[in-house]
Every structure is written in structure tokens, then in C-alpha cells.
Design a binder for this molecule. Sequence first.
Ligand SMILES: [Zn+2]
Ligand SMILES: [Zn+2]
Length: 77
Amino acid sequence: MSNLPNVVPGTRAVEDLPHAHRCGARWSGANTSHCGACCRTFTGVEAFDRHRPDGVCTDPAALGMTLARDRAYDAWF
Ligand SMILES: [Zn+2]
Ligand SMILES: [Zn+2]
């Protein structure tokens, strides 16, 4: 991992993101959480937990969450 070129944050191509799911979603960040059930991506475990208030995936927008748009992929927080 030490020979990766330096990339300006936010300019990285989506195809280069290190994590991917079979749904085609890609993301980066050690804390980013992707739900294997509803295939939404969250900025962290806390946000991930919040979209399952009763142990069931819930539309983040209905819970008052918003999409982070300051990254190369969509993530709820
Ligand atoms: Zn989910
Ligand atoms: Zn997925």
C-alpha cells in the first residue's frame, strides 16, 4: 500500500475506491459502513446503526439523515 500515488482527497475516481460490494457500490474510509441488506453506504458504524432502529433497514431520509456529498461516493450520516 506504500507505493500508491498521492491523490488529492475528493478527486479520486470511483473505480479506484478500495472497498466494493457485489451490488457495485464502492467506497473508501476505514469507518465507512456498507449495509449488506439494503446496500446503502454510511459514513460510520453509528450512522449504520441509526438506519436500523428496530433491526430493520429503514430509509435514512425518513430518519432525518442526509447524504454526504463531499466524497467520491454517496454515504448517509
Ligand atoms: Zn440496511
Ligand atoms: Zn451492496
